[in-house]
Design a protein around this ligand. Structure first.
Ligand code: NAD
Length: 305
């Protein structure tokens, strides 16, 4: 399989425009589309803003981002098609069938789903097309987060996995292969396991949401960029790790449903920064400051990598 040269991104929202930017910044031609014309119209402006904040040069990069109005114009000459539309199983399933018909027969098909097993999204594809389907799970913001989880199904061809891993390395990303198509892949399973416990602690009255953030940001969060949890287990010793688990695991939250803390907040309209309140109150300026603080932090860390 030859190296993908033309990249198509379908769905240009929060993730899609950043994925397009990552390829364009690395010199690839990217064709982008979105079902919503208002989203298509702002793709260049949103990428330009990201680049300006990073002190980059928008004209070069933007010239490589081609915004198209139709799916056919977006994927017709693509080597790799990444769908990044709403997290909706039926929508993604039917879109993938359409993309398989419109893209060249040799093009690789990828989904940016956060948690849905890729084989489920490929259920309506013919066997040959299931062989060229995999997951590329990018992290937000995609132009700044190095990791991309490359999720293979039982049907994904080995040469397809290898071509995508090589491409992602070429664009400066850090791909990892997820060898079993489990719900949530690796990163979201780890991340959401912590969120479940955090919400359970709030629900039990142990602490409030702000305290959770202080604990994480001022303790193990500081170590994480240089010491992964498995390295940490070896550092403290697996015998001590085992003793901690024997004492602690029986007491950890094992809910299989979303937290009642979320249900209560959502019921009163507190859905997060977009609503001005979530687990705490947010002004528009405070929410924007969080985004800028995160981007600046990631740019600093990336410069050191
Ligand atoms: N937001 C995150 O942090 C994050 C992280 C990793 C992965 N993801 C995944 O990425 C995908 C996109 O998420 P997002 O946060 O960018 O959502 P978003 O709502 O910002 O963007 C989705 C876009 O898809 C477009 N769309 C919907 N149906 C379409 C169609 N048929 N054809 C073309 N465009 C269509 C919408 O108009 C919208 O602009 C989801 O699968 C999500 O789970 C999100």
């Amino acid at each position: 399989m030859h190296a993908p040269r033309v990249i198509a991104v379908v769905g240009a929202g929060l993730m899609g425009h950043g994925i397009a930017q990552a390829f364009a910044e690395a010199g690839w031609v990217v064709r982008v589309t979105d079902a919503d014309p208002a989203v298509r119209d702002t793709v260049h402006a949103r990428i330009a803003r990201n680049l300006e904040e990073a002190g980059g040069s928008p004209p070069d990069v933007l010239a490589r981002v081609d915004v198209a109005a139709t799916l056919a114009d977006t994927v017709g000459d693509a080597d790799l098609v990444i769908e990044s539309v709403f997290e909706d199983v039926g929508l993604k399933q039917s879109l993938l069938v359409e993309l398989a018909g419109l893209a060249p027969a040799g093009a690789i098909l990828a989904s940016n789903t956060s948690v849905i097993p890729i084989s489920r999204l490929g259920e309506r594809l013919v066997e040959e097309d299931r062989g060229r389907l995999l997951g590329t799970h990018w992290w937000n913001p995609p132009h700044l987060m190095p990791l991309v989880e490359v999720v293979r199904t039982a049907d994904t061809r080995q040469d397809v996995v290898e071509a995508v891993v090589a491409l992602l390395r070429d664009v400066g990303k850090e791909p990892v292969v997820v060898h079993k198509d489990v719900t949530g892949f690796i990163g979201n399973r780890l991340n959401q396991a912590m969120w479940r416990e955090a919400l359970a602690l709030i629900d039990a009255g142990v602490c409030d949401a702000a305290t959770i953030d202080t604990v994480v940001k001022s303790s193990f969060g500081l170590r994480l960029p240089v010491l992964g949890p498995m390295e940490n287990a070896d550092l403290i010793g697996l015998d001590l790790t085992r003793s901690l688990h024997a004492l602690l695991f029986p007491d950890l939250d094992r809910s299989t449903a979303p937290s009642p803390v979320l249900d209560a907040a959502i019921a009163r309209g507190a859905t997060g920064m977009k609503a001005g309140a979530g687990l705490r109150r947010w002004t528009g300026a405070e929410a924007e400051a969080v985004r800028r603080r995160l981007d600046a932090h990631l740019r600093r860390l990336n410069a050191e990598r």
